[in-house]
Design a protein around this ligand. Structure first.
Ligand code: NAD
Length: 489
């Protein structure tokens, strides 16, 4: 049953904790629940029904039953459904922010991504009439064409660091192209997506078109990845889990898989860079969401000629911008790490920094004694072979190293298994464009950095950061399969 809560503005009257299957909120078949704790206070936030394989089967059956009618709708009718969902989401914005705050510590006033959710749904709705095939008259006596058709029942598995927008990037594209979908949210932050489900229910989205399950990777996520009736799966999360997903898809029905994975994104600052812009942007990139952003610029390469000046300015800026507080306080800019596990993970890297004897210009430890807060941390002169440079820390921890030569810095920037995002600051446009071409990454910023994204630009990773695209017209291709039709004249 839903739990009653009583305090704080933005707090929903009830917190929905059930699964959303076939247009209804239902307890899990097993009746088992798991607990969520507020990472700022370590207090209990909610108990949530945990989906198992039997719940996945029910959700997939509902999605399968809903598919024929949904895919047969006039595309504009599907768009109309999405627009109604967007309107309902917009009204719930304060509650959505509240629920993320008590699950994973995102400040309620943080504009990062969350308030974009209804807009994102509307952007997908606007694509309704653009899902088209091609025709060809190139073969004599034939008129040939391609059809773009939905897969049928799709799956989505998402992380916790931006639950509703991450879900909408998948659900919006899947639904407008005529698919139905089963989503598994992260066990760390399931509540806001359940409220988004409530919005879909109130907006009249037909039952079974969207199903949302709360649960763990094992067994719920695995049951989705291995399900024989799911033909398309989009996963966002770590590269390690992405590899497992790919394997499970291959071992079951070879479902089509899109992967949006981790990053260790380089940011190059040349000696002619406008530091009044580069410094706050670098600080914002690593501090937003307490560094728990896949596209965070977590490796900075600064030209040796300005390194000291840059580090001094950045230290001051990170100290100022990185002030932390209660995520439910509207004046708070930065919250804690999402949970005890994320906190321990970041602490492990800070311990490594101390053991390796790298320079610590700012932070380097826990902040306060309650909650999972980590100090904004700036490290420099870190060996390129160190895990601090190679691995995704997913915390407010920035590594700054120096360079002098273009060839050398581009090689170091690309010397990673990740390829999600990369940035360069310079006034020399030829040099900037050489970097844009040379970076091995799915998104490149020139004189800007993450979280820069645009609805009409594709988002996806190169190398170990993934495959497939989200947003833009290219996302429509990922959620449709192509068919060639040959017509003899
Ligand atoms: P994670 O890989 O631990 O979990 C992601 C999701 O996968 C969760 O829902 C989890 O329950 C599920 N899962 C875990 N094990 C599974 C299994 N064996 N089978 C099926 N599902 C399983 O990642 P996380 O900690 O939730 O998220 C952080 C990671 O996500 C970071 O690496 C971050 O860079 C990445 N991320 C990438 C993007 C992107 O768009 N590229 C966006 C956000 C986050």
């Amino acid at each position: 049953m839903a739990q009653l809560v009583t305090e704080r503005p933005g707090k929903p009257e009830v917190i929905e904790n059930r699964l959303y299957i076939n247009g209804q909120f239902v307890p899990s078949q097993s009746g088992s629940t798991f607990d969520i704790y507020n990472p700022a206070t370590e207090a209990h936030s909610a108990s949530v029904y945990e989906a198992g394989p039997e719940d996945v089967d029910l959700a997939v059956a509902a999605a399968k039953a809903a598919f024929p009618a949904w895919s047969d709708l006039n595309a504009l009718q599907r768009a109309h459904h999405l627009e109604k969902w967007a309107n309902a989401l917009e009204k719930c914005a304060p509650e959505l922010a509240y629920l993320d705050a008590i699950c994973m510590g995102k400040p309620i006033n943080s504009d990062f991504f969350g308030s974009l959710a209804p807009t994102m749904v509307r952007v997908f709705a606007s694509k309704a009439l653009d899902i088209l095939g091609d025709t060809s008259l190139n073969t004599p006596n034939f008129m040939n064409m391609t059809l773009r058709q939905p897969y049928g029942v799709c799956g989505a598995i998402i992380p916790w660091n931006g639950p509703v927008p991450t879900m909408i990037m998948k659900v919006g594209a899947a639904l407008i192209t005529g698919n139905t979908i089963v989503v598994k949210t992260s066990e760390k932050a399931p509540l806001s997506c359940l409220l988004a489900a409530r919005c879909a229910q109130e907006a009249g989205l037909p039952p079974g078109v969207l199903n949302i399950l709360s649960g763990y990777g094992r067994p719920c996520g695995e049951a989705i990845a291995r399900h024989m009736d799911i033909r398309k799966l989009s996963f966002t999360g770590s590269t390690a889990t992405g590899k497992l997903i790919q394997r499970m898809a291959a071992e079951s029905n070879l479902k089509s898989v899109d992967l949006e994975l981790g990053g260790k994104s380089p940011l190059i600052i040349w000696d002619d860079a406008d530091l009044s812009k580069a410094v706050p942007a670098a600080a914002q990139s690593i501090l937003a969401n307490s560094g728990q952003v896949c596209i965070a610029s977590s490796r900075v390469y600064v030209h040796a000629a300005i390194a000291q000046q840059f580090i001094d300015l950045l230290t001051t800026t990170m100290r100022e911008m990185g002030k932390s507080g209660d995520p439910l306080d509207p004046s708070t800019m930065r919250g804690p790490q999402a949970d005890a596990a994320q906190f321990e993970r970041v602490q492990g890297y800070l311990q490594l920094a101390r053991e390796e004897g790298v320079e610590i210009h700012l932070g380097g430890g826990r902040e306060g004694s309650q909650g999972y807060f980590i100090e904004p941390t700036l490290l420099s002169n870190v060996p390129e072979s160190s895990k601090l440079v190679k691995e995704e820390i997913f915390g407010p921890v920035l590594v700054v190293n120096t360079f002098t030569d273009e060839e050398e810095v581009m090689t170091r920037a690309n010397d990673t298994e990740y390829g999600l995002y990369a940035s360069v600051y310079t006034r020399d446009m030829s040099r900037a464009l050489r970097a844009a071409k040379r970076f091995e990454a799915g998104s490149v910023c020139v004189n800007c950095t993450s979280p820069m994204m645009a609805f009409d630009m594709p988002f996806g990773g190169w190398k170990g950061s993934g495959q497939g695209q989200e947003l833009s017209r290219y996302a429509m291709d990922c959620w449709t399969q192509l068919k060639s039709v040959f017509i003899a004249l």
